[in-house]
Design a protein around this ligand. Structure first.
Ligand code: GLC
Length: 561
């Protein structure tokens, strides 16, 4: 007789917290909260810290180890909080320092760690330092903390070099000097409201080490470092010499990205962090040309983890995935850092939508594609990711299988890239729509009022309420996977996988008594039954002769009987 296993068939048992475990981060599952869009406690349509605090039990029950919060600091919100005006204050729209304190304390009581976002590459143009630099004029020492330069051309009317902003347009803006004349230019790799610090100036390093201490004293368990690859610029700010910056980004070391000098900064930061008890961590957002260069950020005296953007950019394709997994593990082993795995975040199209579209469109897509296919692959990709050794990052709402909202009307868009035209087109709003908690009600339980980006009709069917306890739901699949990952198979441990022979389009690997088979092909595949089905993202049929039929785009977790 053949046996049918439905999705998320893993037994559920009490969750074990990792609060006291050393090196907890090596295999941690870390959940990214985007505070604007997670939960709104005061009904103003904008998520806030109190909202996050009220939902911590949900995250504990989901089974994650830590929560990374995108910025909630005082900010004019030109780039959704990645433009910080005061690194030691909470923006009133998110609450205040007492709320941050309560959130950290509650999280710890629940066995969850808190990682905050640190934005050291640039400040807001409303930061005190920048305001003073503008007011004090050319030649003033306050200008030396940023990159102010005279323009080129007869009257300084041309930017100092040819660098472009990541959001499109020149990376330089000309200021009007205090006497009313057009004057110097300042560098901003992102929006004009985000002037880049000059990390050659000692005051910048002093300030950030002090900011680190401020949040460490508040009790945070670590930092996600924004644009960690950008702090140091090549000596003399040389021209790129190419009009193809967008194509070069991510493929080459740039004069403004991934310069070797950044590593000295992180060595100094590591010394600060290590003064504190409690096994706290740094994770780098470092977009580098290769995973081997990413590994430089996690050498033993630098940071603990770096996001694996190569993995995030890999298509749903067995060969490509295997190559990326091997290369990642090989790159991390010599430096002794855990691999990390990530499929979605607040800057890319959600993986349920990426995988709904043909491969090769990149990570910035505004097409709905085939949603059913996308969800099937997203679920399978998640089970594959959670079976790999190392640490995994989840982005809020992916546990609900949320797609990107691809049809936001122009008038609600907020992504600064949307307004800069020449570069990207503002695709990031699509993954930032507030998440649905309830089936019905205003903003589907996000808060009592509206939501800062409109939620699509039908969002309630994807809500936490609708999926809780529903057999086969994506939320229950995540819960079962996280419980099984830590309790039954210790999947995050180690630094290697043993590949098994598998039909074309199928990935199969062993980790002790555990085996993972992921069918990335468009057809059902027959694989060996490697024991009992621990969990599956689709319907798998095991026959008496020791074989199993795995449907297209499905992953199965096996455990030896
Ligand atoms: C990082 C953030 C992104 C932000 C940018 C500038 O890439 O993840 O959201 O726009 O840095 O701070």
């Amino acid at each position: 007789m053949s046996q049918q296993y439905s999705a998320d068939s893993a037994p559920k048992s009490a969750l074990v917290t990792v609060a006291d475990r050393r090196d907890w981060w090596r295999d941690a599952v870390i959940y990214q909260v985007y505070p604007r869009s997670f939960a709104d406690s005061n009904g103003d349509g904008m998520g806030d810290l109190e909202g996050v605090r009220s939902r911590l039990p949900y995250l504990r029950d989901l089974g994650v180890d830590a929560v990374w919060l995108s910025p909630f600091y005082a900010s004019p919100q030109a780039d959704a909080g990645y433009d910080v005006a005061d690194y030691r204050a909470v923006d009133p729209m998110f609450g205040n320092l007492l709320d941050a304190d309560a959130l950290i304390r509650d999280a710890h009581e629940l066995g969850l760690r808190i990682i905050v976002d640190l934005v050291p590459n640039h400040s807001s143009d409303q930061h005190e330092w920048f305001k003073r630099a503008l007011a004090e004029g050319p030649g003033s020492p306050t200008r030396e903390r940023y990159h102010f330069r005279a323009g080129q051309g007869e009257n300084g009317e041309l930017p100092p070099n040819d660098w472009e902003s990541i959001f499109g347009g020149p990376a330089w803006t000309r200021v009007t000097e205090p006497d009313g004349t057009p004057g110097e230019w300042y560098l901003h790799l992102f929006a004009p409201e985000q002037p880049d610090f000059d990390w050659d100036h000692p005051a910048v390093g002093d300030e950030f080490r002090s900011v680190l201490r401020f949040w460490l004293d508040m009790g945070v368990d670590g930092f996600r470092i924004d644009v960690a690859h950008g702090l140091v610029k090549a000596e003399g700010l040389p021209d790129l010499g190419s009009h193809e910056q967008l194509k070069l980004l991510g493929n080459d070391v740039m004069p403004f990205f991934d310069q070797d000098g950044v590593h000295e900064i992180y060595r100094q930061w590591r010394l600060v962090l290590d003064e504190y008890s409690g096994d706290r961590i740094f994770v780098a957002e470092a977009w580098t040309p290769t995973i081997e260069r990413t590994a430089n950020y996690v050498r033993p005296d630098e940071l603990h983890q770096a996001f694996n953007f190569q993995y995030l950019s890999t298509h749903w394709d067995a060969e490509e995935l295997r190559a990326c997994i091997d290369r990642t593990l090989d790159a991390m082993r010599p430096v002794g850092a855990p691999a990390t795995w990530v499929l979605s975040n607040h800057d890319v199209t959600r993986h349920a939508t990426r995988f709904a579209n043909p491969a090769g469109l990149g990570t910035q897509i505004r097409l709905a594609g085939d949603r059913e296919l996308g969800l099937r692959r997203a679920r399978a990709a998640t089970l594959l990711m959670l079976a790999l050794p190392g640490s995994a990052y989840l982005y809020q709402g992916e546990e609900l299988g949320l797609p990107d909202v691809v049809d936001l009307p122009d008038e609600v868009r907020q992504d600064p890239a949307y307004f800069r035209g020449a570069g990207q087109d503002g695709f990031r709003d699509g993954c930032r729509v507030p998440i649905p908690w309830d089936r019905e009600g205003s903003s589907y339980g996000f808060g009592g009022g509206g939501s800062w980006l409109p939620q699509p009709a039908g969002w309630g069917e994807l809500s936490v309420e609708a999926q809780t306890g529903a057999a086969g739901s994506t939320l229950e699949l995540y819960r079962a996977a996280l419980a099984a990952r830590s309790e039954q198979a210790d999947l995050g441990a180690g630094d290697r996988v043993e590949w098994l022979k598998a039909p074309e389009g199928v990935l199969a690997f062993r980790r002790g008594a555990f085996v993972c088979t992921a069918n990335t092909g468009g057809e059902a595949a027959t694989v060996r039954a490697y024991g009992r089905v621990l969990l599956a993202s689709g319907e798998v049929t095991v026959t008496d002769d020791g074989e199993a039929k795995v449907p297209a785009d499905a992953t199965v977790w096996w455990i030896a009987d």
